[in-house]
Ligand binder design. Sequence first.
Ligand code: UD1
Length: 431
Amino acid sequence: MKILEVSGCGPLRGSTVTQGSKNSVLPILAASMLGGGSEISNCPSLSDVEVSLRILRHLGCTGALKNGVVTVDASGANAVNIPDGLMREMRSSVIFLGAVLARHGEAEICFPGGCRLGPRPIDMHLDALERLGAEIEVDGGRISCRAAKLRGAQINFSSVSVGATENAMIAASMAEGDTLIANAAREPEIVDLQDFLNKMGACISGAGSNVIHIKGVKELHGASHRVIPDRIAAATVLSAAAASGGRVELGRCRPQDMEAVLAVLGEMGCRMEIGSDSILLESRGRLKAPKPIVTAAHPGFPTDAQPLLMAACLTAEGNSVFIENIFENRYAHVPELRRMGAEIITSGRAAAIIGTERLAGAEVVAADLRGGAALLIAAMNAEGVSRIAGTEYIDRGYETPEAVFAELGAQIKRKEVKDAEQQQKKQAQEE
Ligand code: UD1
């Protein structure tokens, strides 16, 4: 079993750059199967990207990542089903449904996996595809979709879903006629997907607002595209810098995508110099607890940044409150943070943190991607050594986090330990 061994390190200092966006590149990779040869740059090397490439290859495309550039050749795409093993590895695999259906007129998948953040239904994805004319059969865990020809339609989402908006955009781009998506998600990654599809020859406008128009086209071709910077990876570095009382310059980021997170960091007492593509953050003295943080769809406070800012609030002066409105089960990091000495009370969707002066290193286990990142932030800010298991979750979204934070003065080692040894330590702690 792999772990990250983190020694509490004092203030983080120095500069680093932001990786490309995971949540942008995954739908873009799915969309790439609608064209011929595409070249996608600024692609982070992540396990979720590797899963997407394996899905593309299974579907008859070629796809490889080298030096941050993915090359895909979709001209040989011939398969309509995605094996269960690949579907279960990540939630975003469901984005391939719209792409395979648009390309071949049929698709067969099982329900997707992903981080365990509570029930993650895909009813809105399926409803949108049905609106576009697909016939859908759900039998046990398998979903079969068929549509001799997808037709443009009006899709009114009852609530905001990033993935369902993306699936609808991809499928509608090659449908016959016009599609209007109302109550669309407004995340920057939706705009990035629109940009990529338009470079492929699609005719989409409105992404970034809650209404998206798509004029269906007969065919799409390959395109070159640079993926936007990852606003959640950026928020991770800034939260870690803030919690450590450090001074970090973050390059190649998009501050305009991060307003809600930057507002909270400012409220907590961080001084920031914000450039067009950089943020210099300085944190001196003890952070102050911010006003209650309520997660919401973009441009609200992102649910993915909730665990990160929670980690920064643990040692702030005063009490902090979080209300998690997007996912039902997004506090799996809380019991692990408590092991480090954090004082947190949860009740349903709410969590209250009573700021404590110091944290202590502990043996902890990541149960999901951003919760894992929260443990990393807390461990860098704790006295003594922490060992974080569940690194496979962290690797889904962060490219060599140990190297990124080492550049800033952190001491993080990736180690292989025997399962039994880790288990014993966990038991000893519980006893
Ligand atoms: C995406 C992001 C994820 C982020 C989330 C919310 C990617 C790869 N992942 O996930 O990092 O945390 O947006 O910003 O981009 N829902 C339904 N039915 C559906 C679909 C969603 O009820 O068919 C619900 C979900 O359970 C959740 C809410 O809608 O409560 C929002 O989920 P959604 O925006 O779809 O999240 P993802 O696209 O899965």
